[in-house]
Design a protein around this ligand. Structure first.
Ligand SMILES: C[S@@+](CC[C@H](N)C(=O)[O-])C[C@H]1O[C@@H](n2cnc3c(N)ncnc32)[C@H](O)[C@@H]1O
Length: 248
């Protein structure tokens, strides 16, 4: 029998991709295990090496790497705040971010976590480990206050420099010139490689100015390549940008 009930109105297809709303930079962090995936790292090979995590936030990469014998240092503009103030940033920014991710499941790919709940547990564990390490780490200069594009370190001070979830994700806050200056600064403090993740914006699309950026870096004597990584959680996050001073 044919129903006479009114047809539901069709759900309109999105004309543009949805995106994360990021009015300010979130104090949000991930574990060493997640860093190892999206930066294609083997922590064992980092033992004894100087590694800098830039825009580290409440990530536990530095705390965990330090315990494994890595000479790890983290830098973030909020370091220098009291532990209580940082715990408040974590509470507010995690609540906002997870509410948004729950509301926009189309932005997620479950390649590295089985569910959003699993990702939330893991990232909350990262913040707990960071907060437990912060006070003594700050006293020992493992956590250093500082911001791109001017880092408080000597040229070539680190064997490896990492920067996750700042540069291209926040491409509405930071313009092209800022991105170029930030990349040059990351290379300045590195004696080896710089790895930047992800290479997409808050809508999961590849960073629109990537080719121009790579050309300008090349002109400044910096080689670059985009490398796929065995990771994806937020849509479009399965690669990293690798920078290295070009051989003279
Ligand atoms: C989304 S968190 C990323 C944390 C960590 N890298 C990760 O991937 O889990 C971004 C961090 O960048 C920091 N930040 C904001 N502006 C910055 C700047 N100009 N230079 C360096 N870090 C900045 C914020 O304080 C925040 O902790």
């Amino acid at each position: 029998m044919i129903s006479t009930a009114p047809l539901p109105s069709p759900v309109p297809l999105p004309t543009t991709l949805s995106r994360l709303d990021l009015p300010s930079v979130s104090f949000f962090g991930r574990t060493l295990a997640e860093y190892s995936q999206f930066f294609a790292l083997d922590p064992v090979t980092l033992r004894g090496r100087a590694v800098l995590d830039v825009a580290a936030g409440p990530a536990s990469f530095t705390a965990e790497a330090f315990r494994r014998g890595v000479d790890a240092v983290a830098v973030d503009p909020l370091y220098g705040c009291t532990p209580d103030a940082l715990a408040t940033h974590v509470a507010l920014d995690y609540a906002r971010m997870f509410a948004q991710l729950r509301a926009k499941p189309e932005l997620l790919r479950f390649r590295s976590f089985p569910s959003l709940e699993a990702a939330e547990l893991d990232r909350r564990a990262a913040a707990d480990r960071f907060l437990a390490d912060y006070e003594s780490g700050f006293l020992h200069s493992r956590y250093v206050g500082g911001a791109l594009p001017h880092l408080p370190f000597f040229d070539g001070a680190f064997d490896l420099v990492l920067c996750a979830h700042l540069l291209f994700i926040y491409n509405r806050k930071f313009d092209y010139d800022w991105h170029l200056a930030a990349c040059r600064e990351l290379v300045r403090v590195s004696a080896g490689e710089v790895r930047i993740h992800p290479v997409c914006g808050a809508d999961g699309r590849p960073y629109a100015e990537l080719n121009r950026l790579r050309r300008d870096l090349q002109a400044a004597g910096i080689a670059s390549k985009v490398t796929p990584v065995a990771y994806e959680f937020f849509r479009g996050t399965s690669s990293m940008l690798v920078l290295q001073r070009a051989a003279a």
